[in-house]
Design a protein around this ligand. Structure first.
Ligand SMILES: *Cc1c(COP(=O)(O)O)cnc(C)c1O
Length: 398
């Protein structure tokens, strides 16, 4: 025990300083399936407005049945990585339906999008090459870039003048890859993929977009930013997650040019050295993409819900960040206010989260609302009413 004491002391002090800064993350225990109306361990029921359950598929009976059937027919787990003895027909089928959905040539599955992003750069690029990355890209992209020897360039969020400057500087390198999130999770803004693609052509760069928050959400039929900007099949690399709109369980993928995917199957470390996704997840995934191939009803419902919510909140007098996704940032600017308002909303039965520095820039505190196709009108109205009531109480609204 002796040897642990100093480290224990060190950790306790660090943890205390996290608490003192008000940044300590607590887990809130849910005792129901993930859904719009969720049961909390306290016995309370609350309306969920902070899940990535964009299409409401997390507790969808069709997905659950598909998962059960796959588990019955193909077992519980694979006990192997893909290339040794961990590939079933279900994995190949899921890769195929994902490629069809995005209009790409081939797909490779991962245990999570964190792994897809962690394993995409290092096998493809080396010190002779350049990665040009948006400053607000997801942590997993940042980590993936760190694992790769390519020269790094960074441009201000969605800032095309800055991207052009960085592309000019990167002309020294052999290959260039621009990488961006499709939707940025704090503001809900969409990456200007049309302009990015134009600059990529002008400066001879490839493009990678992480569609985690945009797939199933953005574009007329939810096929993401490449649909929105008419670039289906024109982007070299797309990464995404099965953990958000597509059922929300686990799993990620990289989809795109077939030679790129082929190389990832040879050299991508999270693919080579981590377990295959289980048959139940593959089976439910196939069901989901086949369903979305045939019906855009849920995507349309999500768009309708988001437009309704944003409009009503603006009319109520709230300051809403311009959004092109299912993320709606209600701007409060003050850190303490964002926390007070979120906890008042929780008392009112509305589950949302307040964000402040360092998660968002200083003085940009907000409550982030995430809409779902599963919210009905009554639930949206209840949320808006609760915002209005607490907003008046706390002096946000006059
Ligand atoms: C959520 C998210 C991820 C991580 O996805 P997981 O499958 O949960 O690992 C990666 N990139 C972006 C942009 C995300 O929003």
């Amino acid at each position: 025990m002796e040897k642990y004491q100093r480290f224990q002391q060190f950790l306790s002090e660090e943890l205390d300083s996290i608490r003192t800064a008000g940044l300590y993350k607590e887990e809130r225990i849910i005792v129901s399936p993930q859904s719009v109306a969720i049961g909390l361990a306290s016995g309370k029921e609350t309306l969920n407005f902070c899940a990535n359950n964009y299409l409401g598929l997390s507790d969808n009976p069709g997905l659950i049945d598909a998962a059960i059937q796959a588990m019955k027919n193909r077992g519980y787990g694979m006990s192997s990585v893909r290339f040794i003895c961990g590939t079933q027909d279900l994995h190949k089928q899921l890769e195929e339906v994902i490629a069809r959905f995005f209009g790409t040539e081939d797909t490779i599955l991962y245990a999570a999008c964190f792994d897809a992003n962690g394993g995409v750069f290092e096998p493809l690029l080396s010190e002779e090459d350049a990665i040009i990355s948006d400053a607000l890209n997801h942590a997993s992209i940042i980590d993936g870039v760190r694992l790769c020897k390519a020269v790094r360039y960074r441009y201000a969020n969605a800032n095309m003048e800055d991207l052009e400057e960085q592309l000019k500087a990167a002309q020294k390198q052999r290959f260039r890859l621009i990488v961006t999130d499709g939707v940025f999770s704090m503001d809900g803004n969409v990456a200007p993929l049309d302009k990015i693609a134009e600059l990529a052509r002008k400066y001879d760069a490839m493009v990678m977009v992480d569609e985690s928050h945009s797939a199933g959400v953005v574009g007329k039929t939810g096929r993401g930013t490449t649909e929105q900007f008419n670039l289906r099949g024109k982007v070299e690399i797309i990464t995404g997650t099965l953990g958000k709109a597509f059922g929300g369980a686990i799993g990620g993928f990289t989809t795109g040019r077939k030679e790129i995917i082929a190389m990832l199957r040879q050299r991508s470390r999270p693919y080579l050295f981590s377990n295959s996704i289980p048959p139940s997840v593959a089976g439910a995934g196939i069901y989901t993409f086949n369903y979305l191939e045939n019906s855009s009803a849920l995507v349309e419902k999500l768009h309708e819900n988001t437009a309704y919510f944003v409009e009503k909140m603006k009319n109520a007098g709230f300051d809403i960040k311009p959004t092109q996704s299912a993320i709606c940032a209600v701007m409060l600017y003050d850190a303490k206010l964002s926390q007070d308002m979120a906890s008042r909303l929780q008392e009112e039965g509305i589950y949302v989260t307040g964000f402040y520095y360092p998660v968002v820039p200083k003085g940009q505190a907000r409550i982030r609302v995430q809409l779902s196709a599963a919210h009905n009108r009554e639930q949206l109205d209840k949320c808006i009413a609760a915002f209005t009531k607490t907003g008046k109480e706390l002096g946000v609204l006059k």
